[in-house]
Write a protein that binds this ligand. Structure first.
Ligand code: M6R
Length: 616
């Protein structure tokens, strides 16, 4: 979604703003703009529709814009079409207030009417322009300072926002306000930064302060002062981001997605090791850092896993593993459904929210709904300090590092690991596994990084296959049990970056309607890693083949008879079947990637998609 960058200090602001916005390109956007102040002078506002490159060219990479204080924005259209006029920053007619905004102002129509009655005029269709003019209205009408005007605006607007604002009367200062949309403050030496996401400022500083919900801040080159809604000053700790700047660079790969696919062996191993203790032969699972105790597990009566997109698919895989190992009821739900269906939660249930960004609006709302019902929440999150991480009762961090490609790969893989380990821990505490069995499962988990590497090393075959199917129109993924969960994610990987229509079906469901879509040449990918379901899935594959489908089979080494049915077979190393998703997903990630490349598409930034979906 939209990206925000702000800078105040001794250097030229525009190149830093453009550089920061570039780091946020992965979030998805359709236009961009900057506003820079040169001392007392009015801000220079430059905007452009389309890629950031256009804005860079207009400003000689920012070098032609004077000033050491500024704000920048990449916009992902919500209110009003993508256009230069709707791009941020927005400003008042006299430029007394200029600002950028992420989020959605829900009551902007009513506020616009009010401002029209007070002789304000509007040049754009955006809710942001309304917010900026409302701040100006309070600032002037009540002759207030910036913090009071912001507070009054915050009380009046409904919705979510990260607002970054400059006032003409306050040249060396930038003001920020936040409710629900992410924003962090980066602290430098004689300079400070504002960003909606960590990669924008990693190159300059790793010291940050987090602004909370319904809080404001005044940023100068010397420091940041935080305020609550009453205008009273509040203290904030300084945190250090552990990610290094190189982690957010392509490092010689053509696309971030390919780099992130290659990072999976390492981040999966790091994540496993962060939740285990002990030596070989006596490994134990350890969730102490998350805050989850054995007592919490003992009194848990059921688990609800709630998430969106790929994180939801992790939930589907985890459900099978959890129920099988721990014999406790697990329900998986899409956060966008959960939040509005008045879920019935038992008082001793545990709600697990899975989210890479920790900022997904629906997942955050689901977490809040659960907390309102008094139910304990556990978050599996990648971004430290994100809203979901801060609000959950227990937090398990995945160690994927910054994930830039819109299509998730390494974050998904690390989320799976935390899901497995939670299942193992529940099973042990609930006396369904003894120490030796736990140790054996961990031994098996520790083989996964090497097995993922092996699949990656074999990637050329998939590249060849993808080139052959570059013109595919419809693809179906079929599987049963955990293989169905693998299909869900494989299908999403394909459609989101290669724009090939694909669907995942529980293989047993085909005959209930979908099989009518199978005709000559349609590609069907059958996933068969689960021995108990293997023959049943093969039967379903035979059914579609006899109706003209071209079959790709995906199974583990050893199941060579699949070749009797499939036209093209991909093998992955064997792993305990509970953990098959971790290995079998890799060829499907590669297939999605190579298909998108073969079709000449923008792999890292697929159309219409955003990395972090912070609005409903
Ligand atoms: O940040 P989150 O994990 O909450 O994001 C959830 C989904 O938006 C995300 O997994 C999305 O489906 C991916 N881009 C798919 O690759």
């Amino acid at each position: 979604m939209c990206g925000i960058v702000g800078y105040i200090g001794g250097k030229k602001a525009a190149p830093i703003l453009l550089d920061g916005l570039k780091k946020l390109e992965y979030r998805g956007y359709d236009s961009a703009g900057i506003a820079v102040r040169d001392g007392e002078k009015k801000p220079t506002i430059i905007k452009a529709e389309g890629k950031l490159q256009v804005l860079s060219e207009k400003t000689a990479d920012g070098e032609s814009v004077k000033g050491t204080c500024g704000i920048g924005h990449t916009r992902w259209a919500t209110h009003g079409e993508p256009s230069k006029i709707n791009a941020h920053p927005h400003h008042t007619d006299d430029d007394s207030v200029v600002g950028v905004h992420n989020g959605i102002i829900e009551n902007y129509k009513e506020l616009r009417e009010k401002l029209l009655r007070h002789d304000y005029k509007f040049y754009s269709e955006t809710d942001t322009e309304v917010a900026i003019k409302l701040i100006d209205y309070y600032y002037k009408k009540y002759d207030m300072g910036p913090i009071d005007a912001l507070a009054k605006t915050m009380v009046r607007i409904r919705g979510s926002y990260a607002l970054v604002v400059m006032f003409a009367d306050y040249p060396g200062e930038i003001f920020v306000a936040r409710k629900e949309s992410p924003m962090i403050l980066g602290l430098g030496e004689g300079e400070n930064f504002i960003a909606s996401d960590v990669p924008a400022i990693l190159k300059y500083t790793r010291k940050v302060q987090y602004i909370g919900n319904l809080e404001m801040g005044r940023v100068t080159a010397e420091g940041v002062t935080f305020f609550d809604l009453n205008g009273d000053e509040i203290e904030k700790p300084v945190s250090t981001i552990e990610w290094d700047a190189e982690a957010a660079e392509k490092g010689g790969y053509e696309h971030f997605m390919m780099k992130e696919i290659h990072e999976q062996p390492k981040v999966v191993e790091d994540t496993i090791r962060s939740f285990i203790t002990g030596e070989e032969g006596a490994y134990k699972v350890n969730f102490t850092e998350s805050g989850l105790t054995e007592e919490d597990i003992k009194k848990c009566s059921g688990v609800h896993i709630v998430a969106c997109g790929s994180a939801y698919h992790v939930g589907v895989s985890t459900q099978y593993v959890f129920e099988d190992l721990a014999r406790i009821p697990v329900r998986v739900e899409l956060a966008s459904e959960f939040r509005y269906r008045k879920p019935i939660l038992g008082k001793d249930d545990l709600v697990i929210i899975i989210s890479q960004s920790g900022e997904t609006a629906d997942s955050l709302a689901a977490l809040r709904e659960s907390k309102e019902q008094g139910v304990k929440t556990l978050a599996i999150v990648n971004v430290v300090g994100s809203s979901i991480a801060r609000e959950a009762d227990f937090v398990c961090y995945t160690l994927a590092g910054p994930e830039i490609a819109v299509a998730t790969t390494k974050a998904y893989s690390t989320q799976l690991i935390v899901g497995y380990l939670l299942a193992i821990q529940f099973a042990r505490v609930l006396d369904k596994l003894d120490d030796e069995q736990v140790n054996n499962y961990i031994d098996d988990l520790l083989t996964i990084p090497g097995k993922i590497q092996k699949v990656i090393d074999d990637k050329e075959r998939l590249q060849w296959f993808a080139a052959k199917y570059a013109n595919a129109k419809d693809v179906f993924f079929i599987g049963r049990g955990i293989d169905y969960a693998i299909c869900l994610e494989g299908s999403l990987k394909m459609k989101e970056i290669s724009y090939v229509h694909s669907e995942a079906y529980a293989a047993g469901e085909l005959k209930h309607g979908t099989i009518s879509l199978i005709e000559d040449g349609v590609l069907v990918i059958g996933v068969a890693t689960q021995s108990a379901l293997y023959e049943k899935t093969i039967s379903n594959m035979v059914e579609v083949k006899s109706r003209g489908a071209y079959l790709m089979g995906l199974t583990s080494y050893g199941s060579y008879d699949l070749e009797d049915t499939a036209n093209f077979t991909v093998y992955v190393p064997k792993v305990d079947e509970h953990f098959a998703t971790s290995v079998a997903i890799i060829p499907l990630q590669l297939l999605g990637y190579y298909l998108a490349v073969a079709r000449g598409l923008d792999v890292d930034k697929p159309r219409n998609l955003a990395k972090s979906v912070t609005v409903e």
